[in-house]
Design a protein around this ligand. Structure first.
Ligand code: ADP
Ligand code: MG
Length: 682
């Protein structure tokens, strides 16, 4: 008797070698095997008549082999099997490369189903290397066929046959982790049906039912797991912050906060008054004014008698924050300091001492803020900017400098809200979905390489008017090697300087430079010492140069929408009309569509949704994806409604049965999914 933990070698046809190959796919047990889901399906249900084959289209035909297959040995390593097949409507010439054994398997007078791309003309139809099987077998034709991700030594057929056996062995013992009531309330099919049809769908409808059920299950378990992490966090109690008159802060600002900024501030202050540590993500498009939300929180925290720290990913960003915030906050009686890698040892010593004694209320800086020697008297609030640049561990290191300080994370990567909920695990999310008034949207154009001269003239004209330009340089892949960004940037900048803009100042920056060098180049650009900055995507991080009015992106097809949006956000930060020019010679339909989205909207959230739709969640998750427990079927781009449904069901169950006593199978699965993932998600 097999059970779910039985080794895959239990399956007929899987020995030492194949078990090893399957191991590479993460398959060791029968449970792994049957949980290895197809990445796609090929609908081979419909059969056509030979006369109805359309050259260029894939289709299946049932046809009789009319002549004995012939084998010809063309040269070493190339054998051809050829045959002629017929049905009532016509004739099909079939060629197989290097499958000489088929000569004996395909018999004259017998009918087979051939599935493949039709070629030739209406008068001479042919197929090369079709899938073939005897009529009636319906294993690889005449049905919806699963397509699995493969590895060397494992073919589609081996996998699907093994999974077939695995399902037959396990169907009756699959534990259903969805409580019956949930299953009924949400009209979800049973687990056996779902597993059967996710692998071997009886019909498109059956596949939909199976997919829906499995996606729901994943999102349901995932939500319960997250909710429990969140509950664990809320067990910590901290002294609640007291009320603070915020009026002095608001009236010190040179502008009025937008409604969206106000809402975010209020949400954050409510957290800090609640008696449990704040753990909040503020999401807002570039230029939406996240810094001032952070400043309001800092004001609130310091007026509560505690210290605050703001950590930025680069030295120059830290400096910008310091220059922007210190004058404002100092005026309000808050003592500020800047602490970065280039702070002299002497200054650092004095700042450290003052942080420890409490003479400094607010420290702005880089990683330097979390180095070992730095201690705070009473760190009450930790703000990190551009969250995606920091590892979770670094955020935790800074938090460890205080006793459960409040945490505010600022991110300029707009992501759809449902995704944020999953991506940021147990953070609460505030969204600044409004830009300060009076911003002129960046005008965006998508053009081909043929426009280079015009683009250069345009840059020259703007520089003539006193503006500055960014150019994200082209990256050419040479002989399949990864492009060398240093070489690409340097050469392109040299060429521009020598041949196109000899009279202007062209500078460049790339990721291989030392942080010091990079910061120096950025600082010179910010100080208007250079006119044109050629770079890779390192400028993606939120450096503020309001005078820059044009962003040119070469090979725009290489970037995802969200990344393009991020790059575009470098311009349009001042009072000047700004422009973004996307250059691409790529004619691919999807690429053209993506670039068009950029020219039509400047709304980061819309763009993020579009990106999610076009490319799936992989790009948002990046590295973190590995930490997401058990999301295999659920498509975060499309299953938003299902996610909401699953979340509601999960919360209801938790409200009624917080310890999941009524459904041990559910509890057990969540335990298994979350033991490893808990660190990543926190
Ligand atoms: P980001 O969200 O990209 O970090 P910033 O906080 O840097 O945006 O703000 C961008 C610019 O907008 C800054 O120059 C800031 O002073 C200005 N700003 C912020 N809030 C407002 C507002 N409510 N009205 C006008 N300007 C604002
Ligand atoms: Mg910012």
């Amino acid at each position: 008797m097999a059970d779910l933990n039985t080794d895959v070698r239990y399956i007929k046809g899987i020995g030492e070698q194949r078990a090893k190959a399957l191991g590479k796919l993460g398959i060791a047990t029968l449970r792994d095997l049957i949980s290895y889901f197809p990445r796609a399906y090929d609908d081979r249900t419909q059969l056509r008549r030979i006369a109805d084959l359309v050259p260029g289209e894939a289709a299946g035909v049932a046809a009789m082999v009319a002549s004995p297959p012939t084998v010809s040995h063309i040269r070493r390593g190339l054998d051809l099997v050829k045959l002629r097949a017929v049905d009532d409507t016509g004739e099909l010439n079939v060629t197989f490369f290097n499958q000489a054994w088929l000569k004996n398997n395909l018999r004259q007078g017998e009918t087979y189903v051939f599935y493949g791309r039709a070629e030739g003309s209406l008068f001479r139809r042919q197929m090369t290397n079709p899938v073939v099987e005897p009529e009636g077998r319906r294993e690889v034709t005449g049905r919806i066929v699963p397509i699995y991700p493969l590895t060397a030594g494992v073919s589609q057929l081996i996998l699907s046959r093994s999974i077939r056996q695995g399902l037959d062995a396990c169907a009756d013992i699959l534990p259903d982790v969805l409580p019956d009531l949930v299953r009924r309330d949400h009209q979800l099919c049973r687990i056996e049906y779902a597993y059967e049809n996710i692998h071997f769908p009886e019909s498109a409808e059956a596949l939909d039912l199976a997919r829906r059920r499995l996606a729901f299950e994943e999102l349901f378990l995932f939500t319960i797991g997250l909710e429990r992490l969140r509950q664990r966090r809320e067990v910590v109690h901290v002294p609640p912050c007291g009320q603070v008159d915020m009026e002095p802060f608001y009236s010190a600002l040179p502008f009025t906060l937008t409604d969206a900024q106000r809402r975010c501030v209020e949400e954050a202050l409510a957290d800090m008054r609640s008696g449990t540590p704040m753990n909040r993500l503020v999401q807002g498009d570039v230029g939406s004014g996240k810094t001032m939300v952070a400043a309001a929180c800092v004001f609130f925290c310091v007026k509560n008698g505690r210290q605050a720290a703001l950590m930025a990913p680069t030295e120059i960003l830290a400096q910008q924050h310091y220059q922007g915030l210190a004058p404002l906050l100092e005026n309000l009686g808050i003592r500020c300091a800047l602490l970065t890698g280039s702070t002299t040892a002497k200054t650092k010593k004095s700042i450290t001492a003052q942080l420890e004694s409490g003479e400094i209320d607010f420290a702005i800086g880089t990683h330097a803020l979390i180095t070992g020697s730095v201690a705070y008297r009473d760190l009450g609030l930790v703000v990190t900017d551009e969250q995606h640049r920091f590892g979770v561990a670094q955020r935790a290191d800074l938090a460890a400098k205080g006793d459960h300080p409040h945490i505010l994370v600022m991110s300029a990567t707009p992501i759809p809200r449902t995704l944020a909920l999953i991506l940021y695990g147990d953070l609460d999310v505030s969204v600044i979905d409004q830009l300060p008034p009076g911003r002129q949207p960046v005008q965006t154009f998508a053009v081909t390489g043929g426009y280079h001269q015009r683009v250069y003239s345009f840059i020259r004209k703007l520089v003539g008017e006193g503006r500055q330009a960014y150019i994200v340089c082209p990256m050419v892949e040479e002989n399949d090697e990864l492009p060398d960004e240093r070489k690409a940037v340097t050469e392109y900048a040299k060429k521009l300087q020598a041949e196109v803009f000899p009279d202007l100042k062209v500078a460049f920056v790339h990721g291989k430079m030392k942080p010091r060098e990079k910061d120096a180049v950025m600082a010179a650009f910010a100080a208007r010492e250079t006119d044109i900055l050629v770079s890779t995507t390192v400028i993606e991080v939120g450096v503020d140069v309001p005078n820059a009015a044009v962003m040119v992106i070469e090979n725009a097809e290489r970037f995802g929408l969200s990344q393009l949006h991020q790059l575009r956000g470098r311009v349009g930060r001042g009072k000047h009309q700004s422009y973004c020019i996307l250059i691409s010679d790529n004619q691919n339909e999807e690429t053209r569509q993506r670039l068009k989205v950029m020219t039509r909207t400047t709304d980061g959230f819309k763009i993020a949704e579009e990106d999610l739709r076009l490319r799936g969640p992989g790009d948002f998750f990046g590295q973190r994806q590995h930490g997401l427990p058990g999301l295999k079927v659920a498509d975060l781009g499309c299953d938003t409604l299902l996610l909401q449904e699953a979340q509601a069901a999960a919360r209801q169950l938790l409200a009624e049965d917080p310890e999941l006593i009524s459904c041990p199978a559910t509890a057990e699965r969540i335990q298994a999914l979350f033991t490893q993932a808990a660190d990543t998600l926190n």
